[in-house]
Design a protein. Sequence first.
Length: 318
Amino acid sequence: MRAIQITEFGGPEVLNVTELPDPVAGEGQLLVEVSRAGINYADTHQAENSYLSPSTLPLVPGGEVVGTTADGRRVVALVGSGGYAERAVAPQTLAWDVPDAVDDLTALAMVVQGATAWVLLRRSVHMEAGESVVVHAAAGGVGTLAVQLAKAWGAGRVIATASSKEKRDLALELGADVAVDAAEPDMKAALIEANGGKRVDVVLEMTGGKVTDDSLKALAPYGRLAFYGMASRQPPKPVNPANLMSHSTTIAGMWLAHVFQLPGDVMRRSLDELFALAAGGGLRVIPGGEYGLSEVRRAHEDLRARRTSGKLLLDPSR
């Protein structure tokens, strides 16, 4: 089969098209004929071995696929690695049937980005109706869905940040009440101004560095910030827990992998709700572009340069 393989860690230049033996499904696994694979920002960290879970070489990157199994089921699955290929092996427990009304793009958008937005709002910050919600990187895969979910679940004011006018216009189109330039030098002041002069209740943050620092300072009493990425690759300043008392601030970290340790099959619940919303027209996925195997380097370059919006797909047939 054709696949992308990494034999040394680094940037987009280490992603190479190659021929590999077909994977073989073992006990408790499914072999999936990949129709499309998702391309995520986390994949850029996987390629340079800077992700939360360390990678080993050689590596076929890509953590999510949609396709068909040998018995004809259409599934979306989390594979950990191996997704950038014509065929992939997935644990049966991490594969979910896709309703006929949900297309490949939507299925892939929901299994990581959609579930991430759902868990951030439902579990990490416990958003309540009427609260102000800041969504950083609001034109990205998670951000576009988080804006819509926050609005659908009754947020009083949704404040989006994005790096270009086009991205900010997209966030407003999706339901954000106001959009702020991500390059604002004083993000604390910009967020408070965007909230009518009041501090904000909730921040979903995946940029890191000064954006995180300023966002924390913009929180109202009992405000919550959920940190789920560090796209700038710049860590925020250390937080002194005693300082959290000054505004009764909560900071939550979120990595979707930990959802599977929770009781009650949280992933299934999130996907059921997300698929139903999408099938009924209540949740829109923004297509961010489709790349062939030979174009994966460009996909990663586009991601790292923040030239993309919405959900990126890989077509392994070309």
